[in-house]
Design a binder for this molecule. Structure first.
Ligand code: ADE
Length: 232
């Protein structure tokens, strides 16, 4: 079995690479992929760079070129739900692209013909995450994640995304990774730790909490990998 572990930024995969100790770097399609054996299972790790296009390329490459059979994403997000605070973990049950807009043709936000507004994440991996959370005594919120090619730092946009998609958190890669994995029939899991509230202070909060929140998410994802291996 080969598992892909993906982030968008170097900070999001650094704690994962640290846990792997030995890995091989492979340059492919303008990015670096790290291949390793972890507790007897093959893993491929990469950060895509920010946004839907780069994350699409990386997810597709991890599956089609490196042969990953499951994909786990680890990173940070802006909170939409007022219940979510910096450092809180949220796992996506479904994801949407909040900036996909052909409403001029009478379609709903997030929809294009041949696609769907939401893509559902793998239910088994979510159930596994709940087990891991319980064992760790770590609160984990399951919710909707909205993705778009914009860093959201204003209440108006955030509220629009919350109201239109029922989103609990927003970020810039999950929705596109979901489309790739769904199309290629690869079970996937998108985990995010909150770094900011997508409000006027978001960029300051993001800079202040990127590393600590990324670490929280990465630690949880590695526990997930342990659990997957245990159950194989
Ligand atoms: N990732 C973390 N915070 C974000 C925000 N406010 N907007 C978009 N992506 C994010």
């Amino acid at each position: 079995m080969k598992i892909a572990i993906m982030g968008a930024m170097p900070e999001e995969i650094a704690p994962i690479l640290k846990k792997l100790h030995n890995y091989m770097s492979v340059e492919y399609a303008g990015n670096t992929y790290y291949e390793a054996s972890y507790k007897g299972v093959d893993v491929v790790v990469a950060y895509s760079k920010i946004g839907k296009v780069f994350s699409t390329l990386t997810a597709a490459t991890m599956i089609e070129h490196f042969g990953a059979q499951k994909l786990l994403f680890s990173g940070v997000a802006g909170a939409v739900s007022p219940e979510l605070r910096v450092g809180d973990l949220v796992v996506a049950n479904k994801l949407a692209q909040h900036d996909l807009d052909i409403t001029a043709f009478g379609h709903p936000f997030g929809y294009v013909p041949g696609g769907s507004v939401y893509v559902e994440a793998d239910k088994k991996l979510i159930a596994l995450a709940k087990e891991v959370a319980q064992e760790m005594g770590q609160p984990l919120k399951e919710g909707i994640i909205a993705t778009g090619d914009q860093f959201v730092a204003n209440e108006e946009r955030k509220n629009f995304i919350g109201e239109t998609f029922g989103a609990d958190a927003l970020e810039m890669e999950g929705g596109s990774v979901a489309v790739v994995c769904d199309a290629l029939e690869i079970p996937f899991f998108i985990l995010r730790a909150i770094s900011d509230a997508a409000d006027m202070d978001a960029s300051f909060s993001f800079d202040a909490f990127l590393e600590t929140s990324a670490q929280i998410s990465a630690e949880f994802v590695m526990k997930m990998i342990d659990k997957i291996i245990e159950q194989e």
